[in-house]
Structures are given as structure tokens and as C-alpha cells.
Design a binder for this molecule. Sequence first.
Ligand SMILES: *Cc1c(COP(=O)(O)O)cnc(C)c1O
Length: 419
Amino acid sequence: MDSLIIPERLVALGSKAEGEADLIFKEIGAVSCFNTEKVLKAFRKNRVSDACFSGTTGYGYSDMGRDALDRIYADVFGAEAGLVRLGFVNGTHAICCAIFSSLKQGDVLLSATGPLYDTLRNVTGQNTGNRGALSDYGIGYAEVQMGENGLPDIAGIKKAAAGKNVKAVFIQRSRGYGDRKALSCGMIGEIAEEVKKVNPNASVIVDNCYGEFVEKTEPCEAGADLVAGSLIKNPGGGIAPGGGYIAGREDLVKAAAFRLTVPGIGGECGATYGQNRLLYQGLFMAPHVVSQALKTAVFCAYIMEKLGFEVSPSYNEKRYDIIQTIKFGNEKMLLEFCKGIQESSPVDSFATPEPWDMPGYDCKVVMAAGAFIQGSSIELSCDAPMREPYTAYMQGGLTFESGRLGILNAARRIAEAAL
Ligand SMILES: *Cc1c(COP(=O)(O)O)cnc(C)c1O
């Protein structure tokens, strides 16, 4: 296809990027090896066999594949218990479930990392007073802004977390649609430790989206009580067809299961309709797929910086999530970049991404996502809220080979549009 012919100049820049990033790619590979071993150890310990893949219908009692996968997630995420369910409609649902199940009337949820991710702002009730939001149940919400240096304001968090009604402290691991940086598990551990000092009764809940398998540790190993995330991001490995997960302290995971289904039933019902194999295979692939996404992000950072755009993280900066941001400063360049990503996708390559009013977001959002799984952002994708400073959030890439091509094609469109 003519439109994907990359000019010589960009091909050369691509080779240069790969050369310069060689050591970084090796480090990414080492983390992937470590996490692959962690996943395999959990598979072995929990005796994964063909029988785990058969699945159930109806009530879904005694679904051995589902129950073993819960234990495997617990092991991989350094937690006491896990809850992996296709019944979570997305990551927001899993996180919302973790929040609600940890709080009751009169309690306060404290965000330690500034505003929540866009779709979660509807959950607190501060946004639009949605029916069923925390505020409807008499649960309060407060937030501590990120510090001047872009890192969490530990002193501010300590002060706010000491409030006697604060029963859960919320941490967002990745940058989301913000211009903050992602947090390391070391930093999450530090926040958890400080919170426990002033308020041992508050649970620490982490929005783990986009952070899984980027480091060798996960938040619960660092001291968090509960993590939640989406299966169409990192831990689904591009293979899980949907769903979400929660992992953490046993009592909290049990409460979350009661919240997801019914008090008294919890995780014991929930048929898997023959989909278990995809969740297993996805988790098996996940450390590798995350490494491919990270390499794609590094490659992207190098190229776009060389083309004169402000990027974060820079190509050689330590990464704690798979997101790469590129500040375009205007709508046109942002859309060209998204079109370039879309055009090089395996699915819907002929489509043109258009900004639209997505449920849960307060401005138009453009999404380039030519993905096998609808909306999957572990597959090469790029989205952006249509507002100043027109920053693109690029993430994913199931294979570095395809990610690399997508970036080069997007760069080509940018270069052509600039002429
Ligand atoms: C993706 C994401 C979520 C959940 O989004 P869904 O689209 O509902 O899966 C929550 N928090 C962050 C930081 C995210 O990146």
C-alpha cells in the first residue's frame, strides 16, 4: 500500500533510534524475563491444566479454571486473594468495585495523586451527581494534589490521611490523561507506609492500569492493600476478550466480590462460558507483550523528540507505565499522528479517527485503535482529549515490529503535514 511507504530519512532515523536504545531494550527484556518466570511459577504452583479451560455456564459453581486463575493473579500480584472476572465491564468497573466495597456511609475516600482518571470522576459524585455515585451513599471524597516536582506530596497526604473518617487512600499508578508522571512501586510503597503510620485503618487502593509488569514488583508487594485494573490492558496480554481484576488483602477482595455480585454469593457464582483459556493465555503472554509496548514507547519518544515535539517520558527515562505522551500544541498535528497510527493498524486501517463524545469523558476524545479487541489499549493505540495542549497518549503495541511501523507511519504523516 503506497501510503505506508516510509521515506528514507525516517527509516534511517528509526535505525538510529534502535541503536541508541539498545541498552534500554535489554533492560526491558530483563524485566520481561523476570515477570515471565513469576507468571510461570504461579501457573505451576496452581497446577494449570487443560481442565482449567473448559469453563461453566449458568450459575458457574465450581468453575475450577476461574478459581485457579483468582489464585494465580493473587500470586503474581503479591496478594492474598484475587478476583478475575469477565463480568467486570472494564477497568473503571473493577476500580469502582474496589472503592465502593472498601467504604461505607460516613467514610471518606482520599485520592493521594490528584484528580481521579476521567471515567472515575463520575464515581465520586463531584462531577455531575450521577445516581449511585459515592456521594449518594453518604461517602465523602477529598484529594491531595501532586507536588510541584510532579511527585506525590507526602506531607500533604499524611496530613489529609490522618482524618478519622478517611477509610481508603487511592493511588493512581499511571499518568492517565494527566500531565503528571507515573509512580514507581517504590513510591507507592512509601505512600502506603506513611498512610499506615497516621491511619492504620485506611486501606490503600491502587488503580493499577497500564502499570502491570512494567517493573519487577507490583503495588501489593510494596504495601498496597488492593489493586484493580483492566484485562484489555497489560495483564490480558492482548488476548483476553474483556474483563477486569482485583487483587489484594483477602477480606477486601471478598468484600469486592460481594459488591460485584451479591452479598453472600461473591465470587462463587460467575460462569466463564468457555473463555478461561484466553485469560490464562493472555496472562502468560502479558510480560512479553508489555515489553513490546515499552519498546514501542521508547522508539516513539526518540523519533518524536527528534522531530521537535515535547515528549514524556524521554526515550532514556525510567518508565513506570506503558504510556507515551507527545505534546502537539494543535489539533491538526495531533489528528495526523492518530491517523498515522490508525492507518498502520491490523484492523480498520481504512478508517479515519474522529473526535467524539465518549461516555464518561467531559470533552471530545479522539482514539486511534485498529485493534482486535474493541478499545484494547495494550494494542497499539493513541488517544487524546481534544483540549489544550493537544497531548497524545500513545500506548501498546502487541509486537515491537508492528509498533515500530506504526510510529514511523505516524511520523511520516506529521512530516508531510508540516510541509
Ligand atoms: C484505562 C484506565 C482506567 C480504566 O479505564 P477503562 O477504559 O474503564 O478500562 C482507569 N484508570 C487509568 C489510569 C486508566 O489508564
